[in-house]
Design a protein around this ligand. Structure first.
Ligand code: SF4
Length: 474
């Protein structure tokens, strides 16, 4: 998963605008931040600056006023392949004498029907990086076309997987493109100063005429700021819009997210009522687990007539830290402990039900629950999504099967692992019934949502293209 951004305007502050958008979507990646700028007065020159960490780290290293340009694109990276400093996007290359740089949100699975790693070794090319982004650059170089746009239109239909692309060309144009399955979001908007792009609409605050780039669509923003858009290939008959984006990854405030999370919380409450479990929690207080669990917790509590209280608060030291993105177990536990501050005044002597958006490895809950238990009488857990039992191959670095706790353990074993008094998940059918609240690439009114939303990591219902390892035990 990554957050991509772009800006093409009439003044020379595109790098500053892109940095501001990236800061708004820091939730999507903290491995590195990078910006590619088409420099004013530099001919076709494109400069790329990158730094491990956040956009703030990038800005501490580089003064963006030293990079005047009308077009820039950027990436907040959360690595799914390749972790060297040469992998930090955007990546730049010269094809037929013209520079271009681009960043991608998503993961390539196949190129020309074979795994991208195999395609990579089949080319007689020198590589600097290990990620699929550089392989896509080589794919463009190997594809016939009078300019980079034509090459992109011919090359990307040969790619299977998830890719939302932002590119800056040596002639100053900006190009956006989204895979035909619509896995990862991509938004475009306007202001009086220019055209902006982001992975999430919530990152485009202050911009107007927002719309999603459609699956299979390419958009070119010309040097005079006119916009040309067309389908470089038809959308897939069955889209695969990622539902986990709206469970956890997207910011609250992105389109459809609040509606969807609330519907999941409400449905979970309805399932507890139907199973008569609700009767045993009628004296409980509901405590949201930050921040993506909040909307579900509010709706859950309302549906059950329970009081919702802020028994866990975010430490001011942990702005935008996401335990899910940390490199190993110890780092994830350290972030979870730093980020979540329990309030003894609210929790002491209470029967508590924690509402969390999802459970992957269980690190966050297993580090929070012992602290809540110091004060509370009982600690139950309700998860507003089904168990995640399979990895994602489409741009979310959800762990291998062995690391996904629900993949190899029963609900009872998971309950014991996290140390809760009871554990309840939203059912898959209940989860799917909430898909109608998602924002699906502008097609919401026309499509039957549950036929066009991906829930493969929970249902095992993967798209037809998966890496070969998928069939092997991990
Ligand atoms: Fe999203 Fe899961 Fe599908 Fe990956 S497998 S695209 S995380 S729903």
């Amino acid at each position: 998963m990554c957050g991509v951004a772009g800006f093409k305007g009439s003044d020379e502050k595109a790098a500053l605008k892109v940095a501001a958008i990236l800061a708004e979507e820091q939730n999507r990646g903290q491995g590195s931040a990078g910006i590619a700028i088409h420099l004013c007065g530099g001919g076709d020159e494109i400069d790329v600056i990158t730094k491990r960490g956040t956009v703030q780290d990038l800005r501490m290293r580089y003064d963006l006023r030293d990079y005047p340009g009308k077009t820039a694109v950027g990436v907040n990276r959360y690595a799914t392949s390749g972790s060297t400093r040469f992998d930090m996007p955007p990546l730049r290359g010269e094809i037929d004498g013209q520079w271009m740089a681009f960043g991608v949100n998503g993961d390539t699975v196949n190129i020309d029907g074979k795994p991208w790693q195999q395609y990579r070794t089949s080319l007689e090319a020198v590589y600097h990086a290990r990620s699929d982004t550089e392989v896509l650059l080589h794919l463009l170089a190997q594809t016939e076309g009078k300019d980079p746009v034509e090459r992109m239109c011919r090359a990307f239909p040969r790619v299977e997987g998830a890719f939302s692309v932002v590119a800056v060309l040596g002639d100053g144009r900006m190009v956006l493109l989204r895979d035909r399955w619509g896995f990862r979001p991509l938004w475009i908007g306007r202001s009086e100063h220019g055209v902006a792009v982001a992975s999430e609409d919530a990152a485009l605050r202050g911009y107007q005429d927002l719309r999603e780039v459609l699956p299979g669509e390419i958009i070119v923003i010309e040097t005079d700021l006119t916009i040309a858009a067309w389908q470089y290939c038809p959308p897939a008959e069955r889209l695969h819009v990622c539902s986990f984006e709206s469970v956890y990854l997207k910011k609250s405030g992105s389109r459809g997210v609040n509606r969807f999370r609330s519907a999941c919380g409400e449905k979970l409450a309805a399932e507890l009522i139907a199973s008569r479990m609700a009767e045993t929690i009628s004296n409980h207080i509901v405590v949201p687990v930050l921040d993506s669990g909040r909307d579900a917790a509010l709706a859950f509590a309302y549906a059950l007539g329970l009081r919702v209280v802020a028994g866990i608060n975010r430490s001011r030291l942990s702005h935008e830290m996401r335990a899910f993105m940390a490199e190993n177990h110890d780092a994830r536990v350290a972030i979870a402990e730093l980020k979540h501050v329990c309030d003894p005044e609210v929790l002491t002597g209470q029967d508590v039900i924690l509402v969390e958006d999802s459970l992957l490895r269980g690190d966050t809950l297993s580090s929070i629950i012992p602290v809540v238990r110091r004060y509370a009488r009982t600690v139950r857990v309700a998860i507003a999504s089904p168990p995640v039992t399979g990895p994602c191959y489409y741009g979310i670095a959800t762990p291998t099967r062995n690391e996904l706790y629900a993949s190899c353990h029963t609900i009872e074993e998971t309950r014991r692992h996290i140390g809760a008094d009871s554990l309840h998940y939203l059912s898959l059918a209940g989860y799917r019934s909430c898909f109608r609240h998602l924002s699906i690439a502008g097609y919401l009114e026309e499509l039957t949502p549950d036929q066009h939303v991906c829930d493969a990591c929970m249902s095992g219902n993967y798209p037809p293209f998966v890496p070969p390892r998928h069939s092997l035990p991990e």
